[in-house]
Design a protein around this ligand. Structure first.
Ligand code: IDP
Ligand code: MG
Length: 199
């Protein structure tokens, strides 16, 4: 039944080990040891990958250029699930908190001016290795160095107008999601296409 299926999916999520545990040598830890046995998935040598949430921003340049839909579409098409989404004006306190790690750098003031200059579209995306996947989809910080096919290469030219933001680690993701979304703004929902995206 539908409920049983949801229960199964939830249990699967809870059981998922904390890191990728494919049977291939590449998935072993750097010291060559196998990851500790943490679930029956490892025993069966099936790949079980980590599902994560990440904060994503369509920055003011992309919103002004009418690219928000196109950009969100790329992430949705990739298989990432939206669990939070809104258009918002970033205030200076939010900007300074979000970019706290860059305080004192020469580009900090320009960055805060830029991110508060027009609305952003903020999203929380969920999926297998979402943090790395979204960073890879964005491309390198400097559009000049970003690989063709990435958002920053396909739509941008300069570092200070690089269209998108994404969390760079699980710690950043947890911190940044809290800055942009109240818990009540995040939606837990079951997506019927999941079984065609996750193995
Ligand atoms: P990221 O967005 O790829 O994580 P970060 O190093 O965290 O890159 O920098 C945050 C943002 O600050 C960048 O996306 C970019 O818009 C801006 N930025 C970073 N370095 C420079 C710079 O040297 N000049 C101008 N803007 C910069
Ligand atoms: Mg960053």
């Amino acid at each position: 039944s539908e409920t049983a299926h949801h229960e199964f999916e939830r249990a699967r999520w809870r059981q998922a080990p904390r890191r990728s545990t494919c049977g291939s040598p590449a998935s072993r830890f750097r010291d060559g040891n196998r990851p500790p046995l943490r679930s029956r998935h490892i025993f069966l040598e099936l790949p079980t990958l980590e599902r994560e949430r990440t904060l994503f921003l369509v920055k003011p340049d992309a919103v002004q250029r009418g690219l928000a839909g196109e950009i969100i579409k790329r992430l949705e098409s990739r298989g990432l699930k939206l669990v939070g989404l809104k258009l918002m004006q970033v205030t200076r306190p939010i900007a300074e908190k979000h970019y706290a790690e860059h305080k004192g750098k020469p580009f900090f003031e320009g960055l805060v001016q830029f991110i508060t200059s027009a609305p952003v579209v903020a999203a929380v995306l969920e999926g297998t290795n979402a943090i790395e996947i979204v960073r890879a989809t964005n491309g390198l910080t400097n559009p000049l160095k970003a690989a063709p096919g990435t958002i920053r290469a396909d739509f941008g030219l300069e570092m200070g107008r690089n269209l998108v933001h994404a969390s760079d680690s699980p710690t950043s993701a947890a911190r940044e999601i809290k800055i942009f979304f109240k818990p009540s703004e995040l939606v837990d929902w079951t997506r019927d296409s999941d079984r065609w995206i996750y193995e």
